[in-house]
Design a protein around this ligand. Structure first.
Ligand code: GDP
Length: 450
């Protein structure tokens, strides 16, 4: 059952010069609203690439391009849709947008096209969320997992849990309605064992949340240490490419250099906090304070020392700033030699050489392990915190239900209510039940035009 809402419009390609810029429009009677702006040969055919000219307010040609009309319900949103491909000049796209706005079509909110697709049943909520993840994915693994979610893999796992609860519910309901008749019922033990199996699968999904969150937002990693210990070199060695500036002159690394790096497929947002140093200078202190604030947002701090020379007070000063944060001590320049005292001070340090690459794999493993991340090849769908919350609620209801079942005789009506509650949380994940608040918070994170 498709519902067509008021027409909306948005530029769907990024701002800037490009060969092609796309504008999409969706909603009830959208073509009727805009058709007089176009010159096209012949009649408008569904799903056909028409060569068109777009007329400016004064009737002159603003641009020419390709227009495709998708009548409802066979479109992304399920509504009537128009996609227009013009030359990718921001001025053209902005003017075209203004022309459409002047026809009473409103600017789309972030994610509104996908939200409408969801509301029209084109996607379930998990798939709609995957669209956002897909666009924002910063590593191949993130991309792959978003793609699998879009293809419905996570949906089918959750749906299967839902179906199993529904089946159980059907038994219980039949038991209530036909209690006098001779129909097959489940024993209490059977119910408990079915519930336990469902719980096991919920737990499996729950175990993917941490990796899922990091796959989506990236690990915030900071590399700190006194000048010249090899922070930039380590960063480059991890990145695998020469990107940051490496010099022999202390303090030349640019502040807050940010690059995308991946660790076993998980994106890493690298915070190169060159500003972290010990200083008495009041002006410098402001910079240090700023860097310290930034450091607090790190999920993991790599504290680098030069293992080939004795520790200095500055090493220890910097260490005191990071020791309470999640950190790993990296003993760099191990190729140059080892000063035993350094290892005695930091026995848990991971020895590496940014120069030769020695120990880098161990360091990567240590980071992932410390953050509790598991990248497996078999299960490549990962849940989000939103799904985690709901799965946990569902799991709690089921656990307490098992607890009650194991200890007392339950009225089937109570059993039914609990099952329904657990079911409801799963349905919220899929979007079978949803409220405007939930949808608002999900789609607000999308970009406009999606
Ligand atoms: P930063 O100031 O901490 O960012 O240090 P840099 O990365 O700029 O490195 C300072 C110097 O140490 C450069 O000359 C690097 O080539 C050198 N260096 C960095 N890592 C290693 C290493 O593992 N072994 C050796 N032998 N030299 C290194």
């Amino acid at each position: 059952m498709v519902r067509q809402r008021e027409p909306i419009v948005a530029i769907a390609t990024p701002f800037g010069e490009s060969a092609i810029g796309a504008i999409r429009l969706s909603g009830l009677g959208v073509w009727e609203r805009i058709k007089e702006l176009f010159i096209l040969k012949g009649n408008l055919k569904p799903r056909y690439a028409h060569f068109v000219k777009l007329k400016d307010k004064d009737g002159s040609v603003l641009d020419e391009g390709i227009l495709i009309f998708y009548p409802s319900p066979r479109s992304y949103t399920g509504e009537d849709m128009v996609e227009l491909f013009l030359h990718g000049n921001p001025l053209i796209l902005k003017k075209a947008l203004e022309l459409f706005l002047s026809k009473g079509i409103r600017l789309a909110e972030p994610g509104e096209f996908t939200k409408r697709a969801f509301l029209n049943g084109k996607l379930d909520l998990l798939q709609a969320e995957a669209v956002g993840d897909l666009i924002g994915a910063k590593s191949e693994l993130s991309l792959k997992s978003a793609q699998r979610q879009l293809q419905g893999e996570l949906s089918s796992l959750i749906s299967s849990l839902r179906n199993r609860l529904l089946e159980l519910l059907a038994y219980v309901e039949a038991d209530i309605e036909f209690s006098e008749e001779d129909i097959p019922t489940l024993s209490k033990e059977q119910v408990i064992s079915l519930l336990k199996e469902i719980l096991k699968d919920i737990d499996k999904l729950l175990s993917t949340v941490k990796t899922g969150e990091f796959l989506r937002r990236g690990i915030n990693l900071a590399i700190v240490g006194k000048p010249n210990v090899g922070k930039s070199s380590l960063f480059n060695a991890l990145l695998g490419k020469e990107r940051a500036i490496v010099t022999d002159i202390p303090g030349t690394t640019r502040d807050f250099l940010q690059e995308i790096l991946t660790l076993k497929g998980i994106p890493v947002n690298l915070i190169d906090t060159a500003g972290i140093r010990y200083t008495q200078d009041p002006v410098e202190k402001i910079g240090v304070e700023r860097s310290l604030q930034k450091l607090k947002s790190a999920d993991m701090v790599l504290f680098v020392v030069d293992v080939s020379s004795s520790l200095e007070e500055e090493d220890l000063n910097i260490y005191s700033m990071v020791k309470d944060l999640e950190h790993i001590v990296v003993a760099n320049k191990i190729d140059k030699g080892v000063v035993e005292e350094v290892l005695r001070s930091f026995p848990e340090a991971v020895g590496v050489s940014a120069l030769t690459g020695y120990g880098l794999e161990e360091l990567k493993d240590a980071i992932l392990q410390r953050l509790g991340l598991h990248v497996s090849n078999s299960l490549q769908v990962y849940i989000t915190v939103r799904h985690e919350n709901l799965l946990k609620k569902s799991s709690e209801v089921l656990k307490s239900l098992i607890y009650k079942l194991e200890r007392e005789e339950l009225f089937p009506e109570i059993l039914m209510l609990d099952l329904k509650e657990a079911l409801n949380y799963l349905e919220e994940i899929l979007g079978v039940v949803s409220t405007e608040d939930i949808l608002g918070s999900i789609f607000a994170r999308f970009c406009i035009g999606k």
